[in-house]
Write a protein that binds this ligand. Structure first.
Ligand SMILES: Nc1nc2c(ncn2[C@@H]2O[C@H](COP(=O)(O)OP(=O)(O)O)[C@@H](O)[C@H]2O)c(=O)[nH]1
Ligand SMILES: [Mg+2]
Length: 310
C-alpha cells in the first residue's frame, strides 16, 4: 500500500477511535461558544468543567484559561469561536515534543524493549502489535515470556509470536522471570536478533515484589547487554483516568520509564488524558492503541492526534 494511503487510513481509524472523546470534549466546547455570547466568568466556568471532565487535567486547564484571559485583556480575542483555535494550538504545543518513530531503532545491533504495566492494560497485545509492525518492516524480532505467573500469559505471547513470525523464549510457569530474560539475551546474541521485546507480569497486589522483580530483570539486562534495556515502555489503559496517572508515577519512580503506550483510546470519552500525561508526568507518549486489530497501534504523533480530535 502506498505510504500516503496508509497514513490516511490510520488517520481515519484514529478519528473513529477518538469519536467518544470528540463527542464529549469538542461538542461541549462548541455548545459553550455557540451563538453570539460574550467571554465572561460563566463561560470560563463551563469551559473548565468540560476540560476537567474530558481528563485534560487541572494543570493544563488552568494554564489554558489564564492564556485566554490574557488574550482577552490584550484585546486579541473577542469572539468565543476563536477560543477553539487557542485550545487546539495549546494542545498541539504540549504534545509536539512527543513521539519518536521506530525507524530510529538501529537495525544493526540488539535493541531491548521492556514492557511494564499493571494487569489488563494491554501489554501482551501491544507486544503482538509491535512485533507484527517491526517484522513487517523487515526487523528480526524475538519475544520473551517473562510474565511467568500464569500459564495463559505464556500461551498468549506464543500466539502473537506465531502471528508475527517471531520466536518466543519461555520457561515453565512459575520460573524466575530474570532467568528467562538471561536465556533470551543469550539466544538473541547467537541468533542476531535486532529487537527483543520482554513481556512482564503486572499483578499489583504484590506491588513491592513486582517492583523488585522488574528491577532485578533490568539489572540482568544491564549486566548482560550494554545499553539494555534501551526502552522501558509503560502500558496504560486510557479508560482508567486517575489510576493511570498514579500507575505512571509509581513505575516512573520505582523502575524508570522511557515512554508510554496508551491503549484503549477507542473505549473512552476521556482521551484528553494524553494532555494530562504529557503535561503532568514528563514522560513522552510513544504509541497509542485505538482498537484490537493488529493495525490499531501506531507511533504517537501529537499534531495528528489533535487534528483527528477536532
Ligand atoms: N479496545 C481496545 N482493547 C485493547 C487495546 N489494547 C489491548 N486491548 C485489550 O485489552 C485486554 C487486555 O490485554 P492484555 O494484552 O492481555 O493485557 P496485559 O495483562 O497487560 O498483558 C485484551 O482483551 C485486549 O484485546 C486497545 O487499544 N483497544
Ligand atoms: Mg499479559
Amino acid at each position: 500500500m502506498a505510504e500516503g494511503n496508509e497514513k490516511t487510513s490510520f488517520f481515519e481509524r484514529l478519528k473513529k477511535g477518538l469519536s467518544k472523546t470528540r463527542q464529549s470534549l469538542i461538542r461541549n466546547v462548541d455548545q459553550i461558544i455557540f451563538g453570539e455570547r460574550v467571554i465572561d466568568a460563566d463561560l470560563f466556568e463551563e469551559l473548565e468543567e468540560t476540560l476537567i471532565a474530558a481528563d485534560l487535567g487541572p494543570t493544563f486547564t488552568y494554564e489554558l484559561i489564564d492564556e485566554i484571559k490574557e488574550r482577552v485583556k490584550r484585546k486579541e480575542l473577542d469572539n468565543p469561536e476563536a477560543l477553539k483555535k487557542v485550545l487546539k494550538d495549546q494542545m498541539i504545543g504540549i504534545l509536539r515534543p512527543d513521539g519518536k518513530p521506530d525507524e530510529e531503532i538501529p537495525p544493526d545491533r540488539l535493541h531491548v524493549i521492556m514492557m511494564v504495566g499493571v494487569n489488563g492494560t494491554g501489554k501482551t497485545t501491544t507486544i503482538g502489535k509491535l512485533a507484527h509492525g517491526f517484522a513487517g518492516r523487515g526487523r528480526r524480532v524475538m519475544l520473551v515470556a517473562a510474565d511467568t505467573f500464569r500459564a495463559a500469559a505464556i500461551e498468549q505471547l506464543e500466539v502473537w509470536g506465531r502471528r508475527s513470525g517471531a520466536p518466543v523464549v519461555k520457561q515453565k510457569m512459575g520460573a524466575d522471570p530474570s532467568a528467562v530474560v538471561f536465556d533470551a539475551l543469550k539466544s538473541a546474541a547467537s541468533q542476531e536478533v535486532n529487537i527483543l521485546i520482554v513481556d512482564t507480569a503486572g499483578r499489583l497486589h504484590t506491588k513491592v515484589n513486582l517492583m523488585e522483580e522488574l528491577k532485578k530483570m533490568k539489572r540482568i539486562m544491564e549486566r548482560e547487554s550494554p545499553g539494555a534495556p534501551h526502552q522501558i515502555l509503560l502500558v496504560l489503559d486510557a479508560t482508567t483516568g486517575q489510576n493511570a496517572i498514579n500507575q505512571a508515577r509509581m513505575f516512573r519512580d520505582e523502575v524508570g520509564v522511557t515512554g508510554i503506550v496508551l491503549t484503549k483510546l477507542d473505549g473512552t470519552a476521556k482521551g484528553g488524558i494524553v494532555i494530562r500525561i504529557a503535561r503532568e508526568l514528563g514522560i513522552p507518549i510513544r504509541y497509542i492503541g485505538v482498537g484490537e486489530d493488529l493495525e490499531d497501534l501506531r507511533p504517537f504523533d501529537g499534531e495528528q492526534f489533535v487534528n483527528a480530535l477536532f
